[in-house]
Ligand binder design. Structure first.
Ligand code: DGP
Length: 113
């Protein structure tokens, strides 16, 4: 079976526009940007979705939120505003089964559906 694409990106095996990284998380540019700034944040560990994350003990969730704010600062949207979303499962259209948060910004994003 082919290995998860986000695991490969997180390991540095696939050249990708890396925005920020630390020992636990990697942020890189979405291949199909839906806003002037569209960055994906993934854990290096293969976690399937928010369901999987939420069922784990420990502080990874808080560290993840702190990392997301650092990414917003890095791409310059922390004051202008940004949207963070994660798709979970088929009804949400989750394409890649490796937890990822979209960070969107750089323009008026309009209403949320
Ligand atoms: P989602 O529907 O939430 O699972 O979104 C998956 C996102 O991942 C989608 O916006 C496109 C992006 N994506 C998929 N494959 C790659 C890839 O190989 N490289 C990058 N940079 N982004 C990818």
């Amino acid at each position: 079976m082919e290995e998860c694409i986000f695991c490969r990106i997180a390991r540095g095996d696939v050249p990708t526009g890396i925005v920020l990284e630390d020992e636990r998380f990697v942020a890189f540019r979405d291949i199909h940007p839906k806003a002037p700034q569209h960055v994906l944040v993934v854990p290096r560990e293969h976690i399937l979705s928010l369901n999987d994350l939420g069922r784990r003990p420990g502080d990874i969730g808080h560290l993840l939120l702190q990392f997301i704010v650092k990414v917003a600062e890095r791409v310059g949207v922390e004051e202008s505003g940004y949207r963070v979303l994660t798709n979970v499962g088929p009804d949400a259209g989750q394409e890649v089964e490796h937890l990822h948060f979209h960070i969107l910004g750089g323009e008026d994003l309009g209403d949320f559906r």
